[in-house]
Design a protein around this ligand. Structure first.
Ligand code: SF4
Ligand code: SF4
Ligand code: SF4
Length: 304
């Protein structure tokens, strides 16, 4: 039986869609088993098309991006209503994404920065017309509506998406692996104490040794192993874009506690090494962190 699939985009870079297209000829393995009923990134579907579909009439709903606008929230809720199986597709959808780092600031500050203060602005004014309205902060989509499948990654690799799709089509469960990027990495890790952190472009990397042991902030030890360690394999430190393995509630807290055990450095040296600590430790999942939730609570109490 051909399965009906919808792919929706909330606020995002649409890179997850790109990764699906990157399946190239392998798309032919799954496409004959799918009827695409909504995919505005590729075909000119309208929101009204989706809204007019009966409840639960879509077998698999893939949601990319997070809710930065009220329009996003509406689309997410429509996708939930129409889909039997809803998939949080990519780290934006699963955790809030890179844009979740904006939760460090109030919405007013973000609007001011974006529309009044950015160096590239020539017409300084905060637009008020024809806008869908912004959400106060980014909240991970699974905190707004329930999802049956979480598929993180920024973006998920084409193979990740193909595996999830194949499991769904064949009626098998799709579970996240309980392993880390380090488990997939070919480099030898000796868990050395670190006396100095380097930026990725500094120094000379020994391609056979663990990047973290060499003083590069490689977050493979706290990041779910789904991507095949594609960054460290080519001597680029893992930024943790797939988020934590199952069972770790706060990705950045896990990273900070692990680094605390191996960094043989003063607080001043550490502060100098990480000018953007939240961006370094919560690349795609700050919106899912305890810190962001505390900030959100403080904001709500301030408004009372
Ligand atoms: S998860 Fe990454 S690749 Fe996918 S839409 Fe978000 S920012 Fe883009
Ligand atoms: S290079 Fe990174 S991913 Fe590889 S073993 Fe070291 S910390 Fe883990
Ligand atoms: S190695 Fe790390 S940063 Fe690179 S794709 Fe995998 S999880 Fe993302």
């Amino acid at each position: 039986m051909v399965k009906r699939i919808a792919l929706a985009q909330l606020s995002s870079c649409w890179g997850c869609d790109q990764s699906l297209v990157d399946l190239h000829l392998r798309l032919l393995d799954v496409l004959p088993q799918l009827e695409i009923v909504y995919w505005p990134a590729v075909v000119d579907y309208k929101l009204a098309d989706l809204e007019s579909m009966p409840k639960d009439s879509i077998h698999f709903g893939f949601v990319e991006g997070s809710c930065r606008t009220k329009e996003d929230e509406h689309l997410l809720k429509v996708m939930r209503e129409k889909s039997k199986v809803l998939v949080a597709w990519g780290s934006c959808s699963a955790y809030g994404g890179v844009q979740g780092l904006g939760n460090q600031w109030d919405l007013e500050d973000l609007l001011e920065r974006k529309f009044l203060l950015a160096d590239t602005i020539t017409d300084s004014r905060i637009p008020t017309e024809n806008l869908p309205g912004f959400t106060e902060q980014i909240v991970p989509n699974p905190s707004i509506v329930p999802f049956e499948v979480i598929l993180p990654g920024c973006p998920p690799t084409p193979d990740n998406t193909a595996e999830a799709l194949t499991a769904l089509i064949t009626g098998k469960p799709y579970d996240l692996p309980n392993k880390t990027v380090c488990d997939q990495c070919p480099k030898e890790r000796k868990e050395k104490n670190i006396k100095q952190f380097h930026r990725a472009h500094e120094g000379h990397i020994d391609p056979n040794l663990c990047l973290l042991d060499q003083g590069y902030l490689c977050l493979g030890f706290a990041t779910i192993g789904l991507c095949g360690a594609q960054c460290p394999t080519v001597n680029t430190p893992c930024k943790g874009c797939f988020g934590p393995p199952p069972g770790i509630a706060d990705h950045g807290a896990k990273i900070i506690s692990a680094l605390g055990a191996i960094a043989d450095m003063t607080p001043e040296q550490l502060e100098k090494s990480f000018p953007d600590p939240l961006g370094s430790f919560y690349f795609t999942d700050y919106a899912a962190s305890y810190l962001s939730k505390i900030r959100q609570k403080q904001r709500s109490e301030k408004k009372k």
